[in-house]
Ligand binder design. Structure first.
Ligand SMILES: C[S@@+](CC[C@H](N)C(=O)[O-])C[C@H]1O[C@@H](n2cnc3c(N)ncnc32)[C@H](O)[C@@H]1O
Length: 233
């Protein structure tokens, strides 16, 4: 198993951001399900649907990191994936559990920080992240990339949606450290994403998300990136 990430130095840095990014903060964020938050619907990410629908990413063992209300996890289970989904917010997990029941699908939901979720090395065909990476503080980026890469089988896929520069807070890493806040999430340039992910994984696709109508069958916003990367086989 990939061990829990209990590095005391990293945990000390995590504590700087606990007020603004811990499970309690996200519990409050999810408390009102009727807030006009774009990803509070049930529609899965348009890019994920494209990649699975094109048979690029075939059904297998999948892990959704920061699953929120479970909209992508439900979709993957409906497509025949065996899905684990992790979120640090109990409120989000409860919502996701309801969604799974309503959809009649089986997703193993884990209310836990992704850093504490045990994963067997090289065991996953697909890891997805929709909106989690851009909420990680700078010191967690490298360990996150390593953890995702270690969890994937050779040939396994990583699908991610994260803020483009115009979607994020605009804060630099130095400002984040000084303010102890990511200011609503960090935007990334294409070069930054290729630099962070391109050494551990092979970037297959990196494009802006295709905007989708509100209330439609798919989720997509133009201020978000859609990234698909693969572990070398
Ligand atoms: C922007 S929301 C996106 C939720 C969902 N993926 C979606 O697209 O609907 C980010 C989610 O990541 C979760 N999250 C952030 N950091 C996490 C961590 N260290 N461990 C587990 N979940 C985390 C938050 O609780 C939140 O539900």
């Amino acid at each position: 198993m990939l061990p829990p990430d209990d590095d005391p130095a990293l945990q000390a840095l995590d504590a700087l951001y606990a007020d603004r990014s811990g499970g309690d903060w996200w519990d409050r964020f999810y408390a009102d399900r009727h807030k006009p938050v774009p990803f509070f619907g049930s529609a899965p990410d348009e890019c994920l649907v494209e990649w699975v629908g094109a048979d690029l990413v075939a059904p297998g063992a999948a892990l959704d990191l920061g699953c929120g209300n479970g909209r992508n996890a439900v979709y993957l289970a409906q497509q025949g994936f065996s899905v684990d989904a992790v979120d640090q917010s109990a409120t989000a997990c409860a919502w996701a559990r309801e969604r799974c029941q309503a959809a009649g699908v089986n997703v193993r939901l884990h209310h836990v920080s992704l850093w504490q979720h045990p994963v067997a090395p090289a065991s996953l065909d697909l890891v997805i992240d929709s909106g989690c990476f851009h909420h990680l503080p700078p010191h967690r980026r490298g360990p996150y990339v390593q953890r995702v890469a270690a969890a994937l089988k050779p040939g396994g896929w990583f699908s991610m949606v994260c803020f483009r520069p115009e979607g994020g807070s605009g804060l630099t890493d130095e400002q984040v450290l000084a303010q102890h806040s990511l200011g609503g999430g960090l935007g990334y340039t294409e070069a930054q994403l290729r630099s962070h992910w391109g050494t551990a994984l092979q970037v297959h696709t990196l494009r802006p998300m295709r905007p989708q109508p509100a209330g439609g069958a798919l989720f997509g916003q133009p201020f978000l990136w859609a990234l698909l990367a693969r572990k070398q086989g």
